[in-house]
Write a protein that binds this ligand. Structure first.
Ligand SMILES: [Zn+2]
Length: 597
């Protein structure tokens, strides 16, 4: 192995590193015209890269997970470290990019030029031109390779310095595989992972969580306090964060984007002073900035750093605010991709939209929709009403709480719903219609057909219930006084229908257990329609830290563009099964409490 043979040799003539990496870079690197910061290398305008660079200069093993916005200085950290290690800590070094194209582009446009700009490095360039190719340089004392993170490039060789660029775009498991290649150098290896925001729960997000979780804080020159900058604090209209003039909103509700860009400021959440998005202020707020303290529970020698565009692109906040509004607008059209990009590439935060599909662990069973089922005790039809259509689920339940999907999909009219009920032989009193939308109309139709109205409520703890023995418990539903659609007299038929109230939180938590495969028995058919799969993935539970109390709260949120109507129908199914006694709801309460903890 080249690096192993030559490492001791070269250490005899390489001077010991007595400068911090950032100081070494200031002395030895001249940045070329390809960079926005041409000239002698400086960290004056990018002070958030200093701390990571200093950690990289420490002896012993270290792993750095660096999350920052696109073009926010992440690659500079890896480049500076690369130049420094060639001079000070030689060893086989591989730089991985997400694919061949990215590797090639990066080699051509940045790395080669960066290394050439440093005399301490270029003096090592091999005389033999064949030893210096675009994506590999074989120095006399070590080799450096830039390649794509794929199976073919993840084999055999032992790596001392591993640099992973945008690892969230690698195939799942690839990052762990690359780490294994460094085990020979467990005593002095370097692992750098630089990434924009990844996906909640993926390898990069986990790496961030396991590390020291240090966030870059900016400095308010008015109140002289430090804080981690955020786009908004608490609610969008709470003080603090990126703000623009309300006058930029036109009378028809659209934004005058130029007026937005020109009026954008950053408001300090502490003293509420507005700071103009200028390059002078960008310098001031960052010059005195610093990282938060390392988390006490981080893995040894694992450092994770984060900064967002508010710090690194402070003078560009006007243009970024426009991007934000356009991403928000796209969401209204059902497209979340721009907002995802904004979250990952500007705020450098993990995106949670795709994690719901990861939560789907149940496998389709081997029956087809509508197949007869010997265990069936009862079936329900649950209906979610939209403005001009419906979503519906027919599900069969056994007495011990197992269930099978019979039908799921979109329905156009009340008459079609009646036909669906009859063709699936669902008794009237086992049809439940969500009355959260146009309640009067729902009550009227429930009265007409003998159906039951059902409505979700934000009742985290459910409903208190006292049984015949006086024992109090909480349950997920409550039967209430009949709902009256104002139909008039009894001669016209039923004038009221029963209304069931259910806890949104408890039914969601319970259904999530089935979705995650934690509780067995709830199944879907082999030919379950795609919308059912998509909409079952549309709800995720997210944690949020309340700014004042630092308390973590968990909230259900809708993600993706498919809507959550069938998820809601399935929640109603669950409530119906609990009411029928097919399903022990104390189990649900226990789980609810577990989630709270
Ligand atoms: Zn302030």
């Amino acid at each position: 192995m080249l690096s192993e043979i030559t490492e001791p040799l070269c250490q005899t003539f390489a001077p010991p590193a007595d400068l911090e990496v950032d100081a070494w870079a200031r002395e030895n690197i001249v940045v070329g015209a390809w960079s926005p910061w041409e000239g002698k290398f400086s960290t004056d305008r990018t002070p958030w890269i200093v701390e990571p660079l200093r950690i990289l200069g420490r002896p012993g093993p270290r792993r750095l997970t660096i999350l920052g916005p696109a073009a926010g200085g992440k690659s500079t950290i890896s480049e500076v470290f690369l130049a420094w290690l060639i001079d000070n800590a030689p060893g086989f070094c591989v730089w991985y990019a997400q694919d061949e194209e990215a590797a090639k582009e990066f080699a051509e446009t940045r790395v080669q030029r960066f290394l050439a700009s440093c005399e301490r490095v270029s003096r090592w360039f091999p005389g033999n031109r064949h030893a210096k190719r675009t994506q590999a340089i074989h120095f006399p004392h070590m080799s450096f390779v830039i390649q794509a993170a794929n199976e073919g490039n993840a084999q055999s060789k032992h790596i001392r310095h591993l640099i992973c660029d945008e690892p969230w775009m690698y195939k799942p498991g690839m990052l762990a595989q690359l780490h294994k290649r460094t085990t020979r150098f467990a005593h002095n290896r370097t692992i750098i992972e630089t990434s924009t925001g990844s996906l909640e729960g993926d390898e990069v997000d986990q790496a961030w969580q396991q590390g020291s979780r240090q966030r870059w804080q900016i400095f308010c020159p008015h109140c002289e306090e430090l804080h981690v900058p955020r786009w908004t604090f608490d609610r969008a209209d709470s003080p603090g964060g990126v703000k623009w003039s309300p006058k930029a909103k036109r009378e028809n509700g659209t934004w005058d984007l130029r007026a937005v860009a020109e009026s954008t400021t950053y408001q300090c959440p502490t003293c509420q002073t507005h700071h103009a998005a200028t390059s002078a202020n960008a310098y001031i707020v960052n010059r005195n900035g610093s990282y938060t303290l390392p988390a006490a529970d981080s893995m040894p020698n694992h450092f994770s750093f984060h900064w967002n565009c508010i710090a690194s692109d402070f003078s560009q906040l006007g243009a970024i605010a426009v991007e934000f509004l356009m991403a928000k607008q796209a969401i209204k059209r059902g497209d979340t991709s721009l907002f995802q990009e904004f979250t990952q590439k500007k705020l450098a935060e993990a995106w949670s939209g795709e994690s719901a599909s990861a939560e789907i662990k149940y496998q389709p069973s081997d029956y087809m929709l509508g197949d007869p089922w010997a265990e069936e005790a009862r079936r329900f039809l649950t209906i979610d009403k939209q403005r001009d259509h419906f979503w519906a689920v027919v599900r069969a339940w056994s007495a011990n709480g197992n269930s099978r999907l019979v039908w799921a999909g979109r329905v156009s009219t009340w008459v079609d719903l009646r036909n669906l009920q009859q063709s699936n032989a669902v008794p009237d009193r086992q049809v439940l219609v969500d009355s959260g939308y146009s309640a009067t109309e729902v009550y009227r139709e429930c009265c007409r057909y003998g159906w039951i109205a059902i409505k979700g409520e934000a009742r985290k703890g459910g409903y208190e219930f006292t049984n015949e023995d006086g024992v109090k418990s909480r349950r997920i539903f409550s039967l209430t006084s009949p709902a009256d659609p104002g139909l008039g007299t009894a001669e016209q038929g039923m004038t009221t229908c029963p209304l069931v109230l259910i806890s949104d939180e408890m039914t969601s938590d319970a259904l999530a257990l089935f979705r995650s495969g934690e509780v067995a028995g709830w199944t879907v058919a082999k030919d379950t329609p795609e919308e059912h799969v998509q909409q079952m993935a549309a709800r995720v539970k997210r944690s949020r830290v309340l700014p004042r109390t630092n308390q973590t709260v968990w909230e259900w949120a809708t993600v993706g563009k498919h809507g959550e109507h069938l998820w809601d129908c399935e929640r109603m199914q669950l409530a119906a099964a609990v009411m029928s006694g097919f399903f022990d709801h104390s189990k649900i309460i226990t789980t609810e409490e577990k989630n709270e903890g």
